[in-house]
Design a protein around this ligand. Structure first.
Ligand SMILES: *Cc1c(COP(=O)(O)O)cnc(C)c1O
Length: 400
């Protein structure tokens, strides 16, 4: 097998350099553990950027894909296939409406934008989104993403978006006019720093949308599929959107995205108006169904809630000791620790000690652990984080 250095040299020569990568080549994973080409093992509390919601290579998903890949790899959407019907049933029977399948989060967001415009009268095309949001990188999705750093140099952006501060109902109300067709937001902003929506804010948005005939769209690409301790985050807020997007973890790490739209709205995505060649393909559908079955049968929504309590206690205790921790924001298996210092060096120090975590929004240490993380694994990871943050706190204290 090639060494990390050999693989890195291939990338330097042949791969577009649009990603900042750690100088490590990963070769194998099992649950919350991964191994690099040199045989070093890491505890992964950010598996697959949240896509590996059951950790690496969950056995039931592996088996489902292995069985499916030998039967049918791909068939276009001009035919019926049982796995797509079954996975749609699995998602919609746990939420509502009907499913459209695609391959990524950005594509799910694009489908939502198109459906919102198609479902409302023609002069209504503006969607209100929020500061610090993240919706993906295609032109519609990145325009919806109200963070200037993601727009720099790309202009002109797609027309038809207006931005409001998150959790500010009055600001949304002021933006609504005769061109508005919808409001889109993440129930818990992920990339923007793990910022939960206030329950009154979501309830207020639902009322505003009903009053003005607008569609309420939740981007649950990160929060969906059990990530926050319920199948979908909206269920904890008890506010039902007209549609919501899914991707990242929905197929246990296999590429897949979905838009779930209410029965009233779904038919507006009529034949000829939208499609995805690979959307709803047999492999992704088999993997998705196996993911739902695993979460259900292993009681992982409950485990997620228990792990959240463990993380909450551990980080609250650290916060009492370490002044570099400003705030702890946890919703299920979404953990954000706001620091007073940049988070990237903390992530690098954790990696040196064999722990994989993430930094977002400059100063937020972020974890998206697998739903099946064990208590022992959580404690091992927390111990390393405590060590690293203690060193960072001492450095922050040291006179310069
Ligand atoms: C990751 C993410 C996306 C984009 O998903 P891709 O699969 O990378 O296109 C969209 N919305 C949210 C909330 C996300 O976290």
């Amino acid at each position: 097998m090639a060494s990390s250095a050999e693989v890195i040299s291939l990338f330097e020569k042949y791969v577009v350099p649009n990603y900042t990568r750690y100088p490590v080549c990963l070769v194998r994973g099992e649950g919350s553990w991964v191994w690099d080409a040199e045989g070093r093992r890491y505890l992964d509390l950010f598996p697959g950027w949240g896509c590996n919601i059951l950790g690496h290579c969950p056995p039931r998903v592996v088996r489902a894909v292995q069985e499916q890949v030998a039967r049918l790899i791909h068939v276009p959407n001009t035919w019926y296939i049982e796995p797509q019907g079954r996975f749609a049933e699995a998602l919609c029977s746990r939420s509502f409406g009907k499913a459209f399948f695609c391959n990524s989060g950005a594509e799910a967001v694009e489908a939502a934008i198109k459906l919102a415009r198609l479902h409302t009268p023609e002069q209504r095309y503006v969607i209100i989104t929020f500061e610090n949001s993240f919706h993906g990188r295609t032109f519609g999705a990145v325009t919806a993403t109200a963070q200037p750093k993601y727009h720099a140099g790309l202009g002109p952006m797609l027309p038809g978006f207006r931005y409001a501060p998150f959790n500010d109902l009055q600001a949304v109300e002021e933006l609504i006019d005769e061109h508005t067709c919808g409001v889109m937001l993440e129930p818990v902003q992920g990339e923007g720093g793990v910022n939960p929506a206030d329950p009154e804010f979501l309830r207020g948005l639902r009322e505003l949308c009903d009053r003005h005939g607008l569609l309420l769209i939740f981007d649950e690409v990160q929060t969906g599929m059990g990530r926050t301790g319920s199948w979908f985050a909206y269920q904890q807020y008890d506010v039902q959107p007209d549609m919501f997007t899914l991707a990242k973890g929905i197929a246990g790490g296999v590429a897949c995205g979905a838009l779930i739209a209410s029965d009233a709205v779904a038919p507006s995505l009529r034949p000829g108006m939208h499609a995805s060649t690979f959307g709803g393909n047999p492999l992704a559908m088999a993997a998705g169904l196996a993911t739902v079955e695993t979460i259900e049968e292993e009681g992982l929504l409950q485990r997620c809630v228990e792990n959240a309590e463990l993380f909450q206690q551990a980080f609250s205790a650290m916060k009492d000791e370490l002044p570099i921790i400003e705030e702890v924001r946890i919703r299920g298996a979404m953990v954000g620790v706001e620091l007073t210092v940049p988070a990237a060096p903390v992530v690098a120090q954790c990696m040196e000690r064999g722990l994989l975590v993430n930094a977002t929004h400059d100063t937020v240490l972020r974890l998206l652990p697998a739903l099946n993380l064990t208590r022992e694994e959580a404690e091992q990871g927390l111990e390393i984080i405590r060590e690293v943050l203690t060193v960072a706190a001492n450095q922050a204290d040291a006179p310069t």
